[in-house]
Design a protein around this ligand. Sequence first.
Ligand code: CTP
Length: 394
Amino acid sequence: MSQIGPEIVLGVGGGIAAYKSCELLRRLQDRGYQVTVVPTPSSLNFVGKATWEALSGRPVSAEVWENVHLVPHISLADKAKFFIIAPATADLVARVAAGRADDLLTNLVLASDVPKLLIPAMHPSMWLDPATVANVQILRSRGFKVMEPDVGRLTGSDSGPGRFPETAAIVHEFDQLTGNVSDLVGKRILVTAGGTRENIDPVRFIGNRSSGKQGIAIANAAKRRGADVHLIAANVDEGQVMGIETTHVFTSQEMHDALLDKFPGCDILFMSAAVADAKPKSISIDKIKKAMLGSIELVPNVDLLADISKGKTNQIIVGFAAETKDHLSEARRKLESKGMDVIYVNDVSGGAVFGKDETMGTILTRNDADIAVKETSKDALGNLLLDQAIRQLG
Ligand code: CTP
């Protein structure tokens, strides 16, 4: 199961605030991050592995001695784009500052040089102890971002600096670290992804090779930038769209119905699904015997974009084209004939792009100069297309 969106590690230290990181995990997933939780062994006294596995949808290890053949401390460190460690206890802060590697999390921290955010949470006297103060200073001098804990009442009757901050404040701090901008707050973005399928009989269908990755990347990028996102997904894994509000569809007709329902309430539509162009004239109730499969009569499907754009008020429509020749002229023709405002065209000769994480092509709009997109990730293209759509929306 492959997923789209930056991979991050959520490290969890052994403090009572570990339970608050369950909510943090959810909010990070909402913003399109693919999160692997790495608890310290002692933190499992507060929140167990099963909880983290259920919430993250991924296996969870605390020690380097599990799945040794996969060399987890190196493979995870290579994959993660950012770390967030919450809560970071006095002991964990000390171990990281000392460069220790005595559990999976500290191994990962040492093995990876990506940006890291620590959220300390501990009793005020531990936070203010000269040893912790010096350790925090060391971490900051090495480029770790260490958030100031909140001031207030702690688990017992004491109060002071050391409280685990509000989840929203942590997510905000993390956004600063990752360079996320929240410029799409209040924007409603509708995205289609995947490939529709047309039934031939109870066991067969006509389909296409769309992986859905580009649409899901756009949905995740829009979420990270604060938009309200709805995805209409045709035949993609549930796991790929975790955290995104999704309507699952199978056929073009079902996608059409979902679009008619959702389009009037959106600001921008990204039509990245590969819609089957034709369907069998009739669907056989019984499985067709192979001797009878010499020919299947097809009828054309409705062009969903061309139809939906007729009901356009202020929406911006972004479409896609996958061409094997005459890319630019074909793209311009489709842009105009289907009522789009922006189109991204890529070269799929030789099966390029399908299922891959990178793409290369051209963005065309009605009035602006074409933008050539050099080989880039589908995530980065998602952000580029969002920028263009917002520009057109004014
Ligand atoms: N599209 C659509 N409904 C269809 C076919 C395509 O909404 N029945 C949308 C796609 O989602 C895409 C755009 O139209 O955003 C262009 O898709 P493409 O398959 O390139 O267009 P076609 O008109 O099918 O062109 P061709 O004749 O080259 O297959």
